[in-house]
Design a protein. Structure first.
Length: 297
């Protein structure tokens, strides 16, 4: 068991699952997500990034494994990213030990680094709500509801709150406010995208970036994304690609991981030997991991 407790949150690893509990003053997105359980099969890697104040512990998930990361599409800041933990200076050794434990498990389980064709983590717990700007979005697993505030355009408020069942949604996109440009949370109806800008689109919230709580719109996006029927992530698609596509009748084969460097594999063998001699790895674990490395050489 590896565990690291920080003001930013607590991470534990039992050899199979990384459990993440956010700290009491964590970013609103992380608080909205609550406790996360990340199976080792969903991990592509882990690292510790030291700095003069301590550093950051970072999990790298396989492409398409997490609906939150897919909905965010690389736009989450470190403070909002549930897979980043701020580490204080007196806990860097614990962070490095945590990294070693996760890496050893990845090696023993022979987890590939490539993307997956389905979510390996569930969507955010329901019901969920979030957003800001000109309204709030909520989702109960069956229906999306957009409630407008006094800042919304009359074209939205005239018809009252908008609600539509999941069956009417083809996709969802989230874009945070960047600089002077407003962002949005947009739900794409099955009968075709709406051409109106988010400010006037009854299927969209406009996000102005005036508070951290507006980032919670990404949690709603992830919850919907994870529960769309016959849905799969658009892995490694261009930035302008739809946020979601229909799954093919036969799932695409996973992309194989890149070939390992020979010197890296030799170093891993030496590290395994040291762990075995120190009693960290059993004879069976050492043999399994050793064979996995030799098969790649």
């Amino acid at each position: 068991m590896a565990e690291i407790i920080q003001r930013d949150g607590t991470w534990t690893f039992d050899g199979e699952t990384v459990r993440i509990v956010p700290g009491g003053k964590a970013h609103p997105v992380r608080l909205a997500l609550g406790e996360l359980a990340v199976p080792v099969q969903a991990l592509a890697g882990v690292s510790f990034e030291p700095d003069r104040k301590g550093g950051r512990l970072r999990l790298r998930l396989r492409g398409g494994a997490c609906p939150v990361l897919r909905a965010a599409d690389g736009r989450l800041k470190d403070g909002a990213d549930p897979y980043v933990l701020v580490v204080e200076k007196d806990r860097t050794g614990v962070a490095e030990y945590f990294v070693d434990e996760v890496r050893n498990a990845l090696l023993i389980e022979q987890v590939p680094e490539g993307p997956v064709d389905r979510f390996l983590l569930p969507g955010p717990a329901l019901p969920v709500s979030g957003g800001g700007g000109d309204g709030t979005a909520s989702f109960d697993g069956e229906t999306v509801r957009l409630t407008w505030n006094w800042k919304a355009e009359e074209s939205k408020t005239a018809s009252g709150p908008a609600s539509f069942p999941l069956a009417r949604i083809a996709g969802v996109r989230w874009l945070p406010a960047i600089g002077l440009e407003n962002g949005y949370l947009r739900f794409e109806p099955v009968d075709g995208p709406v051409s109106a800008p988010p400010k006037y689109d009854p299927y969209s919230l406009e996000l102005w970036g005036l508070s951290k709580k507006e980032y919670t719109a990404v949690v709603v996006a992830a919850a919907v994304l994870a529960r769309l029927p016959q849905a799969r992530t658009a892995l490694d698609g261009p930035a302008g690609a739809p946020a979601l596509t229909k799954a093919p009748e036969e799932p695409a084969a996973p992309v194989p991981p890149p070939a390992d460097d020979h010197d890296v594999l030799l170093r891993r063998l030496r590290e395994l030997g040291e762990l075995h001699r120190a009693g960290v790895l059993t004879d069976e674990e050492f043999s399994t991991a050793k064979q996995a490395i030799l098969s790649r050489m």
